[in-house]
Design a protein around this ligand. Structure first.
Ligand SMILES: Nc1ncnc2c1ncn2[C@@H]1O[C@H](COP(=O)(O)OP(=O)(O)OP(=O)(O)O)[C@@H](O)[C@H]1O
Length: 228
């Protein structure tokens, strides 16, 4: 059965026997997991294991071929920083504003759009959280790789989403920025946000409430991630 339901629940995400494919090639082979509110789950595993695909499925941007996925709140996906053309006519603040203009926590479940003042406030707050206020008006394409990554994290934060899904947000960040990112995510979780973070970083894995190990599109039974 393929289903997409939205409901208030103890769990932010409940996924049962998820399968997903690229064309005829199945890459997720029956993923079952639950994520509680305020929990930080790290997804790790070898290259090609299906981590990004799973994150996209959980975010609702990649279709299931079968399984049941229940989200109990708004979700935002923070992608890995893309290569962008040098001429991209967006500032760092513009990129964050794209997230801030999305319906988020304050408007759930009505999903009304925020007004301009709320969008501006969310943009400023999120840029400050990643310590890039000084770069707000700089062209996004002119920022360093690590700065662009932090802008994308700010974009995710600015959505005010109740479920935050991040694909290797620490990739390319220096040690100080990685530490600050962990602090930001811990603060978000303390507010009740459910967080799923793809990572290979040992400190991230150590600080996560739960590590979900993915291998060849499956969660091996020994990793004990189905429930806890
Ligand atoms: N656009 C695509 N078209 C076809 N196959 C794809 C596509 N994207 C990913 N795949 C395949 O799906 C499988 C899972 O890829 P995915 O990117 O989800 O893995 P990952 O664990 O995130 O990898 P990495 O650690 O390298 O980022 C891989 O076998 C990959 O080749």
């Amino acid at each position: 059965m393929v289903a997409w339901r939205v409901m208030e629940d103890l769990f932010a995400i409940q996924a049962t026997d998820l399968h997903a494919a690229y064309g005829a090639t199945e890459v997720l082979h029956g993923i079952t997991l639950q994520l509680k509110w305020g929990e930080i789950a790290a997804i790790s595993g070898p290259n090609g294991a299906g981590k990004s695909s799973l994150l996209e499925v959980l975010a609702g941007v990649r279709e299931l071929t079968s399984g049941v996925l229940t989200q109990s709140g708004t979700a935002a996906l923070v992608v890995q920083r893309p290569a962008v053309p040098a001429t991209l006519p967006l500032t760092a603040a513009d990129v964050v504003r794209i997230g801030a203009a999305r319906p988020g926590r304050r408007s759930w479940p009505g999903r009304q759009r925020r007004n301009r003042r709320d969008i501006a406030a969310a943009t400023i707050e999120a840029l400050a959280a990643v310590e890039l206020s000084a770069c707000a008006m700089r062209p996004y394409a002119a920022l360093s790789g690590g700065q662009r990554q932090r802008v994308l994290v700010a974009q995710g934060l600015a959505t005010g989403a109740q479920i935050l899904l991040l694909d290797e947000p620490a990739a390319g960040l220096d040690a100080g920025s990685r530490g600050r990112l962990r602090t930001i995510l811990a603060a978000e979780a303390a507010r009740g946000t459910a967080i799923v973070c793809v990572t290979h970083d040992q400190a991230d894995l150590a600080e996560a409430d739960r590590v979900i190990w993915l291998e060849s599109g499956r969660i091996p039974a020994r990793s004990g991630d189905v429930d806890d």
